[in-house]
Design a protein around this ligand. Structure first.
Ligand SMILES: Cc1ncc(COP(=O)(O)O)c(C=O)c1O
Length: 401
């Protein structure tokens, strides 16, 4: 398959070039429709989607139950503002409480908005104890979003450098380093933010033993532990959340999630235990769009489907990783295969960008993060036979290198 540019695609790209901020480096692909794990471009070419809108399209495209719910709910009620109640925030928050082990939720529209709210909770928690207690520990190589607060705790200088000075009082340490962790904590620490599996950073999981230590130190210094589950949570790792991969689970004070929560409707959440939730009193936080009736109803339907999908996701994820390891045994430029469930990274000795373009030409969508890590975030509905097809395409692409 070749990438056929059509008059429609050319026009779309030209309009964007003329009228959009030039912040995105998009692939030259104009998508028109999807069905399950498949996408079609405007020229009618078909692609197997192993990136799912960067981990958003959890049930693939046009899932019949999601289509039905969106259709029904848009005819009834889309948005009320948070001046009034609607029927779906409460049941969704109860479900989040059941699956997360935490108590209270606040709904947002995106990952970075969830992170901002969590940062405010950390600050407010610290301030109640002492004006000096405002430091936040975060990890090198982390990614937490593009707003100024989230950027302040993002441990990758390339995202931060053009916007400095950012928030004061942020201490960066390396994941899984016990000495740096102990040295960073003090009575000034109000919170620590950790991705269980660094996503943009290249699919790097933290170690259970290190996470247990994080919990212990957060308790010792009365700091809030926040897990950023925006990319690695809500089913993606084969458990509801990354922190449930440890045995026993390492409970955070706050969990933030977004991406797959409403299968493409913009919805994020902050879910907190009672201690962290007490940091926000009436009037201290809010969101006009956050948690509208449509997005929340879709998320309830999604969880109803997800409950039955998790075992299969673990099985298909293992199958995918073992196929990738088999490819690694035959291609010396593959350094490592990492991940859990359907969050998979393949670290290369060579840049990944051309591989992504070649795979796209062959009808497989993935992306590359950190220059040398191929990242796969397929929809949760993916099957072994679709994995076989993706592996076959990768074999074709790798064989040319
Ligand atoms: C771990 C993590 N945190 C936060 C964000 C920001 O989320 P959003 O792009 O929805 O603002 C992302 C997005 O990729 C992410 O992967």
């Amino acid at each position: 398959m070749g990438l056929i540019t059509t008059a429609i695609a050319d026009e779309v790209m030209q309009l964007e070039a003329d009228y959009l901020l030039q912040n995105y480096g998009r692939y030259p692909l104009v998508l028109e429709r999807g069905d399950g794990p498949w996408l079609w471009d405007v020229a009618g070419n078909r692609y197997l989607d192993f990136i799912a809108g960067i981990g958003v399209n959890a049930l693939g495209h046009a899932h019949p139950r999601i289509v039905k719910i969106i259709d029904e709910q848009t005819r009834l009620l889309v948005h009320t503002s948070n001046l009034y109640y609607h029927q779906y925030q409460g049941p969704l928050a109860r479900k989040l409480s059941e699956v997360s082990g935490l108590q209270r939720s606040f709904f947002t529209n995106s990952g970075t908005e969830s992170m901002e709210g969590a940062l405010k909770m950390i600050r407010s928690h610290g301030r109640k104890i002492s004006p000096e207690k405002f430091e936040i520990i975060s990890l090198e190589n982390s990614f937490h979003g593009r707003t100024l607060g989230a950027l302040s705790i993002t441990g990758q200088p390339k995202y931060r450098k053009d916007f400095e000075p950012l928030l004061p009082g942020i201490r960066f340490i390396h994941a899984n380093n016990f000495e740096e962790l102990e040295a960073a904590f003090s009575e000034r620490t109000a919170g620590i933010v950790v991705e269980w599996i660094q996503g943009e950073g290249g699919i790097y999981p933290i170690q259970d033993a290190w996470a247990f230590k994080v919990r212990e130190l957060a308790d010792r210094y009365n700091a809030l532990l926040v897990f950023d589950e925006i990319q690695c949570g809500v089913g993606r790792p084969g458990t509801y959340f990354g922190y449930q991969l440890a045995d026993p689970a390492v409970m955070p004070d706050i969990m933030v999630a977004a991406k797959p929560l409403a299968c493409g409707m913009p919805l994020g959440v902050i879910t907190a235990n009672e201690k962290a939730a007490a940091a926000i009193a009436p009037g201290m936080h809010g969101s006009t769009f956050g948690g509208n009736a449509l997005a929340c109803r879709v998320a309830i339907e999604f969880f109803d489907i997800l409950d039955g999908l998790l075992p299969r996701m673990r099985r298909v994820g293992d199958y995918f990783r073992s196929g990738l390891r088999e490819l690694a045994s035959r291609h010396a430029f593959i350094r490592e295969v990492r991940g859990y469930g359907l969050m998979v990274g393949v670290e290369l000795d060579i840049p990944g960008k051309q591989i992504v373009l070649d795979a796209m030409n062959e009808g497989l969508l993935l992306n590359c993060t950190h220059d040398t890590v191929l990242r796969f975030l397929p929809p949760y509905i993916i099957t072994e036979s679709e994995v076989d097809r993706a592996l076959g395409t990768l074999e074709t692409v790798f064989a040319r290198i």
